[in-house]
Design a protein around this ligand. Sequence first.
Ligand SMILES: N[C@@H](CCC(=O)N[C@@H](CS)C(=O)NCC(=O)O)C(=O)O
Length: 219
Amino acid sequence: MADEVILLDFWPSPFGMRARIALAEKGIKYEYRDEDLENKSRFLLQVNPVHKKIPVLIDNGKPICESLIIVQYIDEVWKDKCLLMPSDPYKRAQARFWADFVDNKLYHCGRRVWFSKAEDKEEACKELIECLKLLEGELGNKPYFGGETLGFIDVALVPFNSWFCSYETCENFSIEPHCPKIVAWAKRCMEKESVSKSFPDHQMVCDLALQWKKKLGFE
Ligand SMILES: N[C@@H](CCC(=O)N[C@@H](CS)C(=O)NCC(=O)O)C(=O)O
């Protein structure tokens, strides 16, 4: 029987995008199912009963939850092509460290840029730039975080570029003067089909974020 791979996702989700990029890098055929997160499918609740969140990858009936775990799973199962994780254990630990930084620090700073009152906005933007500068230090002069090819940290971080672009469009501030290497890196990643094809439409992300802001009273 042919392999059956299903991805439960939500189109603007940076976490879902990680799984999409990893699957595209490996050239894996899969069924994409977009979830309505206001009315989650019974299948989503069944395959992710703990967090009830997307993304969930279902590999021949076996569900895998949490985007960074999904990316590592994809890398381990389909290991004959485009390895995302470094082979050296120390470098692997470092890659996991920075991916964790993206989730536990950068993501929250980014949310604060969107969802903070006008008086706190400047501080939120400053904090986001500080996070990006730390990442820029880790990137150094390499084309990708892991070296010459797209790797785990790139896949963990680049989906947030669609949200950074929307902050820039809607919040009227610019990342490039502060972090030119990160901006150049994001452009480099976007030149890869696996990345560009996994990205949602910029205008649609901006529109959605503006709707959320309005709904939550942060206009
Ligand atoms: N840590 C999770 C975060 C996933 C996440 O936050 N997913 C959001 C969509 S972007 C979700 O499903 N939200 C639905 C909910 O919170 O009920 C991961 O890396 O996969």
